[in-house]
Ligand binder design. Structure first.
Ligand SMILES: Nc1ncnc2c1ncn2[C@@H]1O[C@H](COP(=O)(O)OP(=O)(O)O)[C@@H](O)[C@H]1O
Ligand SMILES: Nc1ccn([C@H]2C[C@H](O)[C@@H](COP(=O)(O)OP(=O)(O)O)O2)c(=O)n1
Ligand SMILES: [Mg+2]
Length: 220
């Protein structure tokens, strides 16, 4: 319940309270959704940690790869073949497609804080996002999982052997995905590092141990 100012308050107190209320209301109405980009090599554990972050911090998790696979599997999608071609070749789908899937999913969720997993993965992703979404969201930081290639490769091969059904969890596609990761994604991580936006977590440990450091990254 809102209590009226006591007689002891100064004459301007009600106005100050009113101004504060209006400012807070305006901030709520105009505040932009917050975004955390989640990057790291294939198999570094982005998806696994995102699930834990969702449970603990209430973000909505949007995986660019999952959205692309869903679009590829949508009957009649004009992009199905193009997406599958990029996925098996380990290359990156043009940003117009990925960014529009992300924006649609953000709007549909109605949420105000998002983990965007596996994006931006190259300069085209970064430029396209900045021009379409840069003014609509606030980038909070980039969560970066550091993990040796041999560990990541073995995790992805195990994921494939365990029946992930993914057309890219095989040695040939994985080798190509790593080339893309090193040549195209790492420069994006470096770009954000230069802006002091990267929070790095060592991911070559059991998931719960990784998550301890993820929590620290979120409370920085
Ligand atoms: N810290 C970890 N230690 C061992 N295996 C892990 C770890 N994190 C994830 N995995 C397993 O490795 C595979 C890839 O993890 P995932 O979260 O899908 O990574 P990404 O999204 O980065 O490709 C999955 O099979 C997952 O169960
Ligand atoms: N921003 C993105 C993200 C994924 N993709 C495509 C190409 C990637 O190799 C596949 C799989 O991505 P995904 O993030 O699901 O893969 P990992 O979780 O890193 O194993 O999807 C893309 O083209 N653009
Ligand atoms: Mg993933």
């Amino acid at each position: 319940m809102i209590t009226p100012p006591t007689p002891a308050s100064s004459a301007s107190a009600p106005l100050k309270l009113g101004q504060q209320f209006v400012r807070r209301l305006a901030a709520t109405m105009t505040s932009k959704p917050g975004v955390v980009f989640v990057l790291g090599a294939p198999g570094s554990g982005k998806g696994t940690q995102c699930e834990k972050i969702v449970d603990k911090f209430g973000f909505v998790h949007l995986s660019a790869g999952d959205l692309l696979r869903e679009e590829r599997n949508t009957p009649g999608s004009q992009y199905g073949a193009l997406i599958e071609g990029h996925i098996t070749a380990g290359t990156i789908v043009p940003v117009e497609i990925t960014c529009s899937l992300l924006e649609k999913a953000m709007l549909k969720s109605g949420a105000d804080k998002f983990l965007i997993d596996g994006f931006p993965r190259n300069q085209n992703n970064l430029d396209g996002w900045n021009s379409a979404m840069g003014d609509k969201v606030k980038l909070l930081f980039v969560l970066f999982f550091e993990c040796p290639q041999e560990v990541c490769t073995s995790r992805c091969l195990q994921r494939g052997a365990a029946g992930s059904g993914r057309s890219d969890d095989n040695p040939e596609s994985l080798a190509k995905r790593f080339v893309t990761y090193i040549n195209a994604t790492m420069p994006i991580v470096e770009h954000y590092r230069a802006l002091d936006l990267v929070r790095t977590v060592t991911a070559d440990r059991p998931p719960d141990e990784v998550f301890v450091d993820v929590c620290k990254a979120f409370s920085e």
